[in-house]
Design a protein around this ligand. Structure first.
Ligand code: PHE
Length: 380
């Protein structure tokens, strides 16, 4: 390294001249004062205190000065930089205070403003559950089918193999619709031949009459029976009907479909269904379908240490009816029973809601109180 240059005259170093240093300082102070916001101040800070700022560059020149000149130049640059930093800090504090005051005004909320007093509703859990069930089947390629709630006796009963004198007709506590004066009408207690549908099964008939197999439909809907409203009955309730008609369908397909549905609805391990022999005029063979208790999953059976209140330690919960579509019904609907077979099931959505969400009283579902509905969420 070469020795310091003793002949170097500080006066010759332009950047270190007192008036130059003063100019740099004043420029910095002016730039800070001119900065109107924190962003502009940040720019000015980089320009006037950063590593390539004039004062930083001047500072570097000091090293090249002869020893006798270093102290004086160092003091001069140091004082200027001190003044610049102080001014920067002061302006920074000033602009921050301004920003805080502005934010307080701009983001103020007027808590005295009247709010929208129209209470927002909520979708009924029966609707959302019904849509959830539809979704499970739509995902398997089923179509959603609908039918009218005011139905002909022929579709509600006769086409389903429930003739006028069939005892099953008596089991359906039917609302009959009065015919218009003088229309006569053919049968039934009302003489009008029109009823409020007692189940969703007439939609099976409508679907088969409407289109050719293969047919995969799911029909959720409102049904009516002359029950009094109490904790477990309501005269208006909902069912979901499922119908599949295709070549070669068997009860194994029905069982697999039911097992998939309860797994999709109740989730987790061990959900399955079982079939018990039963009778419905429109299915042959017919069965009552049970699902494994979704709480104890059957583990309470024969296990006094783990009683289950939900299924009374039975292990199973009754869900609804099902079976293979009776060939007589296929024939009545113009489907060739030699070529096609079908399966169907139907169950009540209210009952399903009671299981799935521990609703204890059916009246809560019909009263329309939004306080009952809200906790179920919107399930969009
Ligand atoms: N419709 C029957 C009822 O309401 C249920 C059912 C549907 C049974 C489809 C078998 C097949 O009780």
């Amino acid at each position: 390294m070469s020795a310091p240059n003793k002949s170097y005259d500080p006066v010759e170093v332009e950047a270190l001249k007192p008036e130059e240093i003063e100019r740099m300082r004043d420029e910095a102070l002016a730039a800070f004062a001119a900065a109107g916001d924190l962003d502009a101040l940040h720019e000015a800070k980089i320009a006037h205190t950063g590593p390539t700022s004039p004062l930083a560059l001047a500072n570097r020149e000091i090293g090249a000065l002869p020893p006798h000149a270093k102290a004086e130049a160092g003091k001069r640059v140091g004082q200027a930089r001190g003044a610049v930093n102080k001014s920067l800090a002061a302006r920074q504090a000033e602009l921050e205070a301004e920003r805080d005051a502005r934010v307080l005004v701009e983001e103020a909320v007027d808590v005295t403003l009247p709010y929208d007093r129209t209470p927002s509703g909520a979708r009924h859990p029966l609707t959302t559950l019904s849509e959830r069930i539809e979704d499970i089947f739509v995902a398997m390629g089923y179509e959603v089918a609908e039918g009218p709630e005011v139905e002909t006796e022929w579709l509600n009963f006769d086409a389903l193999n429930i003739a006028a004198d069939h005892p099953a007709r008596g089991e359906h506590d039917t609302f009959f619709v009065k015919g218009a004066e003088g229309t006569g009408g053919e049968g039934g207690e009302s003489g009008s031949g029109v009823v409020l549908r007692t189940h969703t099964s007439p939609v099976q008939v409508r679907s088969m009459l409407d289109r050719e197999p293969p047919l995969y439909v799911i029909c959720p809907g409102r049904v009516y029976r002359t029950d009094d409203l109490d904790a477990t009955h309501t005269p208006v309730f909902h069912q979901v009907e499922l119908l599949a008609v295709d070549e070669g369908l068997t009860m194994a397909d029905l069982k697999g479909t039911l097992d998939h549905m309860v797994r999709a609805l109740f989730g987790g391990e061990g959900m399955k269904t079982r079939l018990r022999p039963n009778f419905f005029p429109f299915t042959e063979p017919s069965a009552e379908m049970d699902m494994v208790c979704y709480v104890c999953r059957g583990e309470s059976v024969g296990n006094p240490d783990r009683p289950c209140r939900t299924c009374s330690s039975e292990g199973w919960i009754e869900l609804g009816g099902c079976g293979m579509v009776n060939p007589k019904v296929l024939t009545a609907c113009g489907v060739d029973p030699e070529k096609y077979s079908g399966f169907a099931f139907g169950f009540g959505i209210e009952r399903m809601l009671m299981f799935r969400h521990n609703v204890e009283d059916m009246r809560d579902m019909v009263e329309g109180d939004v306080r009952f509905t809200r906790p179920f969420g919107m399930e969009i």
